[in-house]
Design a binder for this molecule. Structure first.
Ligand code: ZN
Length: 65
């Protein structure tokens, strides 16, 4: 049985899903859903949440050609 998991649809490309990424703080406490990344590699939309501030569209490990 596979539990159905619903992720929000990407608002930019309307094709991919936004996948939550978790991180771990310096004290080892988990930070859930710190960033969301579109599952469509052609889109690359992402949202980061840092210290209560939301950053849109900053590419993660990508370069434009
Ligand atoms: Zn997208």
């Amino acid at each position: 049985m596979v539990e159905e998991v619903k992720f929000p649809r990407c608002q930019k490309c309307d094709k991919g899903m936004l996948l939550p990424l978790s991180d771990y703080g310096r004290d080892g406490a988990s930070i859930r859903y710190k960033a969301w990344v579109c599952s469509n590699p052609e889109c690359g939309f992402n949202i980061r949440i840092d210290n209560g501030e939301i950053t849109f569209g900053r590419t993660i490990g990508q370069s434009y050609k």
